[in-house]
Each structure stands twice: as C-alpha cells, then as structure tokens.
Design a protein. Structure first.
Length: 288
C-alpha cells in the first residue's frame, strides 16, 4: 500500500485489488463503508464524495476507491470495462483490506455496481444505499446520453454541470474549467470514451440487474433521489423501492443528480443514521 499524495487530494492510497492497482481514500474508524462513485467525465472518488466523506468518517470507516477506468486507478492496455470487472475490483479491494463485510453507498453508476455486488456476493454486504441509481432498465434520458457522450470542451462541461445540478449557484465558470481539466488528464477521456460509445441505451441495459435478482436482495436498503434529477429518472427510485423487500425511500425536492453535493449535510446525516442503526454483526436476513 502506498501513502497519499499531498499535492493532489484526489490521489490517496494505492493497493492491488484483484490485480488492478487501485487508488482509494480511507478515513475514520468503525464499521466499513464502501463509497462507489458515478460515471461522469473526469470523475474520481474524491471529486464525487469530498463533501460528505469527513462527516461520514466521524461515525464509520469510509473507503472510497476510483473504479477501473476512472480517476487515478490503473488503466491497463486492452482492459475490458464492464460489470464483471468492476465487481471483481470492488471485492478484490475488500479482500486486500481484509474487510469481510461492508456497507455499500452507490451513486448512479455506483448504485448499479452496488446492486450487482449485493446479488453476486450477498455475504460481503451489510446494508445498501442507492443514490440516483442506475441498475434497472429504463429509456436513456437526454441528460445521461449527454453525460456519456461528452466530448471535451469547457462549454460542454459547463452544459453537463447545468444538467447535474438543480441549484445553479453551484455551477460556475471556474468549476467548469476545473472539471474540464480533470476530464482531459492523460488517459481519462480515452478510457471514458471506450466505456459508453453510441448507441448508449445498450449500456443502460448492461448496467441493469434482472428484476428477479433484485427482488432476492435481502439487505436493508436506503434509496435516495433528487426530485429534479435530469440524468437518472425519479421513476428508477420508485421501481427499486417496489422491488427491494427491505427498502425505504427519501426524495429531496429542489435537487438534481448531485444529492451528495446539493444536500451534503442532510445526505451525510441521513446515510449515517441509516447505517448506524445496524449493529456490527447485523445478521443477513433470509432472502425474500
């Protein structure tokens, strides 16, 4: 394991996770929580979770990796991006850190990965939080098509930020410039473009788990969504609530796809309280 880079807060620890050198953040103590980021251009675990990691780390051990193809994790030549590889990396990270079981918090793409991990390795999961989650089939939105079809420019990044946030005061030319520069770091756009080429409806389907498998997930689950989300439809949250036996739903009004940023304190408190309800040895319920 290597230590954080003081010059760049996005670069933290590095460890081999199922053969992939993985950049990850690790803070706090207590029950482990794995935060899985979304799939926006130039995203990293730190960029996605920086507003809530400190608060969550006051009550738990917070681990936030850069998934393969994103951030500062390794990008091997010829790597095949897909759910099999991402689940393998996530489980490999838990293994490398000697974590038998963790809570999962998945944002958008990360929600689909959290669902897939819970389906394939239920014994490794304690509780689930799905935020603006993919993972079920739905007609791709213009917003998501724009996100996955991003071609680097400051103007294009500014347009995406306007799609992500309901609160336009969060979107500035300076932020657009910073996120654009992040998106064009060596290797970032190349791997991003390789993941979601047009036609993009097929990638919604590729990230979706079967409804039968979702119905069998036994874990206590918190579903969080922004009412004005233009990227992932609110109907996804209602569908997941109907499918998951032990689900509860919280919808934030006046909120887009950036729940963890637009309502950072509320989000951290809600998630922290939900995860704290579980004792360290919360039993895995019998499947539905």
């Amino acid at each position: 394991m290597t230590e954080p880079c003081a010059a760049n807060p996005e670069i933290a620890h590095s460890i081999d996770a199922a053969g992939l050198r993985t950049n990850y953040h690790d803070s706090g103590s207590g029950a482990p929580v794995l935060l899985i980021h979304g799939s926006g251009p130039g995203v990293s675990a730190w960029a996605n979770w920086r507003t809530v990691m400190p608060a969550l780390a006051e009550r738990a051990r917070v681990i936030a990796p850069d998934m393969a193809g994103f951030g500062y994790s390794e990008r091997p030549a010829g790597f095949v991006y897909g759910m099999d590889a991402w689940v393998r990396q996530a489980v490999g990270l838990l293994d490398a850190l000697q974590i038998a079981r963790a809570d999962l918090v998945g944002n958008s793409f990360g929600g689909a990965l959290a669902l897939a991990l819970a389906i394939r390795h239920p014994e490794r999961v304690r509780r689930l939080v799905l935020m603006g989650s993919v993972g079920v089939s739905f007609p791709i939105t213009p917003g998501l098509d724009a996100v996955w079809g991003y071609e680097p420019s400051v103007a294009a990044m500014r347009a995406l930020l306007d799609i992500f946030a309901f609160d336009r005061t969060l979107v500035s030319d300076e932020l657009a410039q910073l996120r654009y520069e992040a998106s064009i770091r060596p290797g970032f756009q190349e791997s991003f473009a390789a993941m979601f080429p047009a036609p993009r409806q097929r990638w919604v389907q590729a990230l979706a788990s079967s409804e039968a498998d979702i119905r069998r997930i036994p874990h206590e689950t918190l579903i969080v969504h922004g009412r004005e989300d233009q990227v992932i439809p609110l109907e996804n949250a209602y569908r997941l609530t109907a499918l998951l036996a032990r689900a509860q739903l919280h919808v934030y009004g006046r909120c887009g796809h950036w729940t963890q940023i637009e309502h950072a304190a509320r989000f951290a408190r809600l998630v922290g309280d939900f995860l704290a309800e579980a004792g360290p040895d919360e039993p895995l319920p019998l499947p539905r």
